[in-house]
Design a protein around this ligand. Structure first.
Ligand SMILES: Nc1nc2c(ncn2[C@@H]2O[C@H](COP(=O)(O)OP(=O)(O)OP(=O)(O)O)[C@@H](O)[C@H]2O)c(=O)[nH]1
Length: 823
């Protein structure tokens, strides 16, 4: 036991002579004690028991009457009340100790700290019913229960009845096993809180004794405070003055206990009482921490972890009052040769003829055009490559996608891809039906085809504007621009120019003379020359800015693309950039990001694959399994789409985001990468670039020849039962130089290992004149007369096979084993 409670301290606290205590001990304890002896717990129990018996009050009313008088008396010596308290204390324990004076139960109640241990709730709860006579509050609390049990009057002044009452009171133990108490009426937590109060009162009482004894016995012994004393002191302090601790979103139990100044065991116990089973190293969330801390009388404040990002990047929401309209950002997409570049050129040209000084002379990756008094920003990279790359990097740059469809060609595979890309990004689609000057132009056919992809033209009651245009004759280009403005108006695109700039890197390169050059699109705030900028893992001070006309500019507001110099490295298209407040911290942030990026690359297994699908489903990361289907014929695409989508279950929705005929292309891989999808191919192969990119980006690509296999595999993956894959691992080769026939054994090969090794139990292929004549297994392997596990290259050995016996001299045995692997 940790509490050092010496004989003379006990005597002082009980207000008796040392001898009286020593006498009691001499009578009941074998070992003789001196006044300096620290008593064991059972010895303390004996002293208290004996003392209690000797000083038991006969009548509580009389006792309380004298006690109240004593309290009313002014200027009581500070330590005097200790004696009656001590008298009362053992008294309250008597009922339990009856018949077992040194019993564990009694001990447990004296040691408040024992509650930490494995004693469990059974013991913990006992004091609830047993502290009654001592603790007024507890007693009052119990009266209702006691009354249920025995509605005898509480106050009885007749001496005989009083004696009887005392006897009864001392036995008044609430035992839920025998008494019909309606426990449901009592909230369990309330119950616990009540118990804690009782317990803490006891703790405080004990604490007083300890503090006093310390003061008196060893005035300079503060250093010698034991662990138990320390805990008691803290518990008392905690109650007297609730502490406030800070806790982050998640915290380990151990760390939480430290902050609470409690032991882990105490915290774990409280957690258990609240139905949370955690070990010292487990983490609990903030809410749980608040709940538990409350039971320790501690207040919890949320620990705010301020990252460098938060310190230097202003990411606050804009006030509506500060928002002003901004230009829409538009991307042009469509099938090859349908006229994307021509339309972008026509728009640029239209802009020049509209009287813009200088016109667009520079290719900076994006440009703005003026339509009356409004502006539109076009990303000058036709196709969906750049668009998807950016989206894959988390950048949401575009507001509107112009889908170019040649009127004489209709919807083609890349048109479908573009539709799916735009849909996946959630941007508005405007269809430009191009090449209207051509005699074969059939815009109605295009519109009809569009409906097959859930794009219903406005004139047919849908919400997709379809503008007939001709990049050659410029017909409809103005209409297209107007429609873009109209769509933008409906989207109410707004930004706040009066704050630090934030945007996206559109493209970047290393210029021999100027160093890293990046085209950035400001999406909010205003970028200024001289600003410190962080872009992905690059940092720098903006040295110069140039617009699409090659003019130097000092400021660039929302939706304005500019080419900037001054970064220390070349950022990547799609990187988010931020103008920040502190250069030193900005550099630190970039260092941090580089380290994180490396770690991420190291641990990256975030892409969904059929192999990790089930785990992702389990941890709830996977709510939708996105699939891209490529097949040799349209019929297969549709069949697979339907069968796969039918696999949708309660946990995961299977969604084919794109299906098309043809080889798996780079663009498919890009879409899969951006959308975290897997690619399924039927009778098609990936082209080399696609294959390489899929490997680089970790995109799962599954190739099948039979639809059923695909359905089955994906279904198994969703159930976490994907069959493991095996591959052959070559072990070694042996040549048959002799053949023996041995009775009861069969054919024995006198072999010589020519490469690798031959292993007992290995699978073996028998090759004769380049032809595999048998697939078998090595049954036994010997060197001379001994059975061996393996025989290495260059040695002779005796081999028997499990089944095959038609062996000839000169046969080659190829030994191999099957290894399970994951792709
Ligand atoms: N008759 C006619 N031909 C056009 C029109 N627009 C584009 N073309 C022609 O169609 C061909 C392809 O045009 P591009 O603008 O290069 O098409 P694209 O979609 O950018 O093609 P990629 O960059 O290869 O994907 C060119 O020969 C253009 O001259 C049009 O409105 N009318």
């Amino acid at each position: 036991m940790m509490i050092k409670y010496r004989v003379h301290e006990v005597a002082k606290d009980l207000d008796v002579a040392n001898k009286e205590v020593l006498d009691i001990l001499g009578k009941y304890v074998k070992e003789p004690k001196k006044h300096m002896t620290a008593l064991e717990e059972n010895e303390l129990d004996i002293v208290f028991d004996k003392f209690t018996q000797d000083h038991a009050v006969q009548n509580f009313d009389a006792y309380f009457a004298t006690r109240n008088k004593a309290q009313e008396a002014p200027e009581q010596p500070a330590e005097k009340p200790a004696a009656p308290k001590q008298n009362a204390k053992p008294q309250e324990k008597r009922p339990v100790q009856k018949g077992q004076p040194n019993g564990r139960q009694a001990n447990d109640q004296k040691k408040p700290n024992n509650a930490n241990g494995a004693k469990g709730q059974k013991n913990d709860r006992k004091p609830n019913g047993q502290n009654g006579p001592k603790n007024q509050n507890a007693q009052n609390g119990q009266n209702s229960q006691n009354n249920q049990k025995r509605p005898a009057p509480q106050q009885n002044t007749a001496p005989a009845a009083a004696a009887e009452e005392t006897k009864t009171v001392s036995r008044r133990v609430v035992d839920t096993r025998t008494v019909n108490v309606n426990i449901d009426k009592y909230n369990e937590k309330y119950d616990r809180l009540a118990y804690d109060k009782v317990k803490n009162d006891t703790v405080a009482a004990k604490q007083k004794i300890n503090q006093k004894s310390q003061r008196r016995g060893k005035p300079k012994s503060a250093k010698r405070e034991t662990e138990a004393e320390r805990l008691n002191r803290i518990a008392a302090e905690r109650k007297a003055k609730p502490i406030t601790i800070t806790v982050p979103d998640e915290i380990t139990v151990g760390e939480f206990a430290l902050r609470l100044k409690a032991t882990s065991a105490e915290v774990i116990k409280k957690l258990m009482m609240n139905g949370v089973f955690a070990t010292i190293n487990d983490t609990i969330d903030f809410d749980t921490a608040v709940l538990i801390a409350d039971e320790f009388h501690a207040k919890v404040e949320k620990e705010v972890v301020v990252t460098i990002e938060e310190r230097i990047i202003d990411d606050s929401e804009d006030d509506d009052a500060n928002l002003v309209p901004r230009a829409p950002v538009v991307v042009v997409m469509g099938h090859v040769d349908h006229g994307k570049t021509s339309i972008l050129d026509a728009i640029r040209h239209a802009n020049v003829t509209a009287g813009e000084a200088g016109g667009i002379t520079q290719h900076i990756g994006a440009y703005r055009v003026q339509v009356d008094d409004r502006e539109i920003t076009f990303l000058d990279t036709p196709g969906h490559a750049a668009f998807t790359t950016m989206r894959a990097r988390g950048a949401q740059v575009t507001d509107i996608a112009v889908l170019v469809v040649a009127a004489d060609d209709g919807i083609m595979p890349q048109t479908v891809e573009a539709i799916n890309h735009a849909k996946a990004a959630g941007v508005s689609i405007i269809v430009a039906i191009n090449k209207m000057d051509k005699p074969a132009a059939n815009p109605d056919l295009v519109k009809q085809q569009l409906t097959e992809y859930e794009l219903v033209p406005e004139e047919w009651g849908g919400d997709v504007p379809c503008i007939p245009v001709s990049a050659h004759t410029k017909m409809g280009i103005e209409d297209l621009l107007e429609m873009i403005i109209l769509t933008a108006d409906m989207k109410e695109l707004k930004a706040n120019p009066d704050r630090a700039a934030k945007g996206t890197v559109i493209e970047a390169r290393l210029d021999k003379g100027r160093g890293p050059v990046a085209t950035v699109l400001v999406q909010n705030g205003t970028l200024n020359v001289g600003d410190i900028v962080v872009a992905g893992t690059t940092v720098g001070r903006i040295r110069a800015m140039m617009n699409e006309r090659g003019e130097r500019v000092e400021h660039a507001g929302p939706s304005v693309p500019v080419e900037v110099t001054g970064l220390n490295e070349v950022p990547v298209g799609g990187d988010i950039f931020n103008a920040v407040s502190d250069e030193r911290l900005a550099r630190e942030l970039v260092e941090q990001r580089i380290t994180e990026q490396k770690e991420e690359m190291f641990n990256s297994q975030t892409k969904v694959t059929l192999d990790n699908l089930f785990e992702q489903m389990k941890v709830g990361e996977m709510k939708e399994l996105k699939i891209i289907v490529k097949a040799d014929v349209q019929g297969s695409v549709e069949a697979v789409r339907q069968s796969l989508e039918k696999l949708t279950n309660d946990e995961v929705r299977v969604h084919v985001i794109h299906g098309a005929v043809g080889a798996i292309s780079e663009s498919d891989v890009m879409l899969a990468n951006a959308s975290n999808a897997i690619i399924v191919g039927f009778n098609v192969r990936p082209d080399p670039v696609a294959e390489e990119n899929a490997k680089r980006d970790g995109v799962d690509m599954r190739l099948y020849r039979i639809i059923y296999d695909c359905i089955e595999e994906i279904e198994s993956a969703m159930k976490g039962m994907l069959a493991p894959k095996y591959r052959e691992v070559f072990l070694g080769k042996a040549e048959c130089r002799e053949v023996y026939k041995i009775t009861n054994v069969g054919m024995v090969i006198g072999g010589h290992v020519t490469s690798g090794k031959i292993v007992r139990g290995a699978l073996v292929r028998l090759v004769r004149d380049g032809i595999i004549v048998a697939d078998d297994k090595i049954a036994s392997l010997r060197r001379f007369k001994d059975d061996v596990k393996e025989v290495a290259d260059g040695y002779d050995c005796g081999i028997t096979l499990e089944r095959f016996s038609d062996i000839k001299i000169g046969d080659i045995l190829e030994a191999y084993e099957m290894e399970e692997y994951r792709e």
